[in-house]
Design a protein around this ligand. Structure first.
Ligand code: EPS
Length: 383
């Protein structure tokens, strides 16, 4: 499968096309909207999220609640576009540009993007670099998540760290409400309250906060990805997909960086054999060995830097006058770490679904289900 997204933060809509989906996948817009709503939530978001109510429109590739195998076209309208009609008008206009941006923000794509594309208005960069684009990727990932769900593969995400507060609560698969009932998607009430307090303090200071999000998927078969070539290794593909999410600066799988500090006896996961086939007594590898799933839970964490738009801006330089000037202030969020948990989960879902289809092939869900079941039976027994 492959997908493309298009759309600016304040343009008319975000658009995505998924090509290569199997036919027969049950799919309703509401299944995608759940994830879009979760992405919009979280304490610390700004006024923009009060304007938007993201809903997906399924424009092609689905009929009567099932995919047909044709390209799936998705659209999410930007309600805020109504307030930006003149600024975002694709037709040429007379006179100076409205809301032109000339003071690049440190940490944002503004300066490098402006120089690279030779743009005199940094708005041309920031409109596309904006994390608004992640709404499209969440919609795409939600389709992948639905596909995985058809095979009994489930996933969840939470916030592990925010603004320097760390939660040690682990995911309770039987109580996902504990995550969604927290204003910061953290199932540990004490840490959750401390994170909210940090967000309030940061907002007061005109500052922003980053954090660490965690994603898990379970029910994965053994052997997604491959050890045979660099660009087929699943951990590499996951890292690429996750690092491509706006503001992500690090990815770890399983113990991650901690594995570098421990001896091998404490790192690797002993192999067991039981009724369910091969298993492990621990999961430091986070479900991936040799670039392949090993049947254990996939565990991935990603580090998000603080949002680059600061209400108390850092020093910068005006690109027209070359004089020192404070960076531009755009309306923005104090933090989007809870949203980031959803986004990272959805790009992980996409990568896993893609790896699954690469392994099993198949034009229809029926065929995929048969092959999936046969593969599980084989792996349980092996030789
Ligand atoms: C963003 C700036 C803000 C965020 C936006 C990402 O938008 P605006 O400038 O319109 O206030 O709200 O996030 C979203 C719109 C979204 O859907 O997540 C940025 O510059 O990256």
């Amino acid at each position: 499968m492959r997908f493309l997204t298009a759309g600016e933060s304040h343009g008319p809509q975000l658009t995505a096309i998924i090509e290569g989906l199997p036919a027969g996948l049950p799919l309703r817009a509401e299944q995608i909207d759940i994830w879009l709503a979760r992405r919009q939530g979280g304490y610390g978001r700004g006024r923009r999220m009060q304007i938007e109510t993201d809903r997906v429109q399924l424009l092609a590739g689905v009929r009567q609640g099932r995919t047909t195998g044709a390209p799936l076209a998705l659209a999410i309208l930007n309600r805020d576009h109504q307030n930006w009609l003149e600024v975002m008008d694709p037709s040429p206009s007379e006179g100076p540009r409205k809301r032109r941006v000339s003071r690049p923000r440190p940490g944002h794509a503004d300066l490098a993007g402006g120089i690279k594309y030779r743009l005199s208005d940094l708005r041309d960069v920031l409109e596309r670099a904006s994390a608004r684009e992640t709404a499209a990727r969440v919609a795409v990932g939600a389709v992948a998540h639905a596909l995985l769900g058809e095979l009994g593969i489930g996933g969840a995400s939470l916030v592990r760290e925010l603004g320097g507060v760390t939660s040690h609560a682990s995911l309770d698969w039987d109580d996902p409400g504990a995550i969604w009932n927290s204003p910061v998607s953290c199932p540990d009430p004490e840490a959750s309250a401390a994170m909210v307090a940090e967000i309030d303090a940061a907002k007061e200071r005109g500052d922003t906060l980053g954090g660490v999000v965690e994603v898990r998927y379970r029910g994965l078969p053994i052997g997604l990805g491959s050890h045979v070539h660099w660009d087929r290794k699943l951990d590499g593909l996951l890292a690429q997909a996750v690092m491509s999410v706006q503001a992500i600066k690090g990815v770890e799988i399983g113990l991650g960086f901690q594995a570098a500090r421990l001896p091998g006896q404490q790192v690797h996961d002993p192999i067991l054999y039981g009724e369910q086939g091969f298993a492990r007594s621990s999961n430091s590898a986070g479900g991936i060995e040799g670039g392949m799933t090993n049947g254990e839970e996939l565990l991935l964490r990603a580090a998000m830097k603080p949002i680059a738009t600061l209400m108390r801006p850092l020093p910068a330089v005006d690109i027209v006058t070359h004089q020192p000037a404070d960076a531009a202030i755009e309306r923005s969020d104090t933090t989007a770490v809870p949203a980031c948990a959803v986004i990272v989960q959805m790009v992980v879902a996409w990568t896993l679904a893609n790896a699954l289809l690469e392994k099993l092939g198949g034009d229809s869900m029926e065929q995929i289900r048969e092959r999936f079941a046969a593969d599980l039976t084989y792996a349980r027994r092996y030789l």
